[in-house]
Design a protein around this ligand. Structure first.
Ligand SMILES: NC(=O)c1ccc[n+]([C@@H]2O[C@H](COP(=O)([O-])OP(=O)(O)OC[C@H]3O[C@@H](n4cnc5c(N)ncnc54)[C@H](OP(=O)(O)O)[C@@H]3O)[C@@H](O)[C@H]2O)c1
Length: 306
């Protein structure tokens, strides 16, 4: 229920320190909520492979710690593979004068973590989530600049049998606070900073179960479906308020399809990595205002009806 935060900012590099040939602020960074596992973790991995630094946010500090370590180990392996390819390419071009280490990207510790509990069932707790988001910006902005990307991938499923007429108030509030209210709180803080800077993208994991067409209309799992319908409405509304990308700020919702995660279950048809592909694409796709679309619900890199 609390939204108290702590963080491991002790490992933030000092301002002005560099890695490779890039300045600290030149490298883009992304915040990924739900980054401790499942689709959030795979999205973070996809962004890390494209050179992003990551701040993983979730509730459980121990799971976050393990996810951060795993991500850093993954980047280290990627760097080693890249460097060995570069060294081979240098050697095959001959070059006794070339320094084989000059292209090494030595920064392997690209992932940091920040625990927040998004179950904010009171206005005070929701304000606490906003405060945590502001604290993240305060802590990282001077070193890394503003995040280029925020992926909101945390979420909970509602209890089985949670038809509208059988859902109790506690269950309704639990699911709404995590799946919708905290999304508002994060977008309200991060989106404001990005929109002001005219640069940034927010991608929110919605679900096809929240659509007003197709599978969203089937009834059952009421708090979950309705929270995701709310996320869809938030995305559409904010896109209108921010000029549909004309002012450099993009906001989109993504349906990952049924993916193998703790929520999706072991029998889901897609791997978590496959489920995360569309969010990674939305975070990194080329975008030209007036030509490309934002403020929509996407699945497999295509727009789908709300
Ligand atoms: N998997 C699917 O088939 C599927 C389909 C459609 C949509 N989605 C959506 O995709 C998103 C990711 O789903 P997933 O399958 O990856 O779920 P998951 O494996 O169950 O992971 C849930 C994530 O949300 C975090 N979280 C849950 N409650 C939290 C709280 N109170 N405070 C902070 N963090 C909290 C968890 O953090 P901890 O580790 O700290 O608990 C974890 O990182 C969700 O929004 C989900 O609705 C999933």
């Amino acid at each position: 229920m609390a939204s108290v935060t702590s963080q491991d900012s002790s490992s933030i590099p000092a301002a002005g320190s560099t890695s490779g040939s890039e300045s600290e602020t030149a490298k883009p960074w992304a915040i990924v909520t739900g980054g401790s596992r499942g689709l959030g973790f795979e999205t973070a991995k996809g962004l890390a492979a494209q050179g992003y630094r990551l701040l993983l946010v979730a509730k459980d500090p121990e799971r976050l710690r393990r996810a951060t370590e795993e991500l850093n180990a993954y980047v280290k392996t990627l760097n080693e593979t890249n460097n060995s390819n570069k060294i081979q390419a240098n050697n095959s071009n001959d070059n006794s004068t070339k320094d084989p280490h000059r292209n090494l990207d030595v920064e392997d510790q690209i992932a940091h973590s920040w625990p927040i509990d998004f179950e904010a069932t009171t206005p005070e707790a929701l304000a606490g989530v906003q405060e945590s988001a502001r604290k993240i910006l305060e802590t990282y902005q001077s070193q890394w600049g503003l995040p280029k990307v925020v992926v909101i991938a945390h979420g909970v499923m509602s209890a089985k049998m949670s038809k509208t007429l059988r859902t109790d108030a506690n269950e309704w509030r639990r699911v709404m606070s995590i799946n919708l209210d905290s999304v508002f709180a994060l977008v309200n803080v991060f989106g404001a900073a990005m929109s002001e800077a005219r640069d940034g993208r927010i991608i929110i994991y919605s679900a096809c179960l929240g659509r007003m067409s197709g599978p969203g209309n089937a009834g059952g799992l009421a708090p979950y479906r309705i929270s995701k319908a709310g996320v869809n409405a938030l995305v559409r509304n904010l896109a209108h308020e921010t000029g549909h990308g004309a002012r450099g700020f993009l906001i989109d919702a993504v349906c990952p399809n049924h993916s193998r995660t703790d929520m999706g279950g072991a029998d889901a048809p897609r791997s978590a990595e496959e489920g995360a592909t569309c969010a990674v694409w939305l975070a990194t796709r080329p975008f030209t205002a007036g030509q490309d679309q934002t403020g929509l619900l996407w699945e497999d890199n295509e727009v789908i009806p709300w």
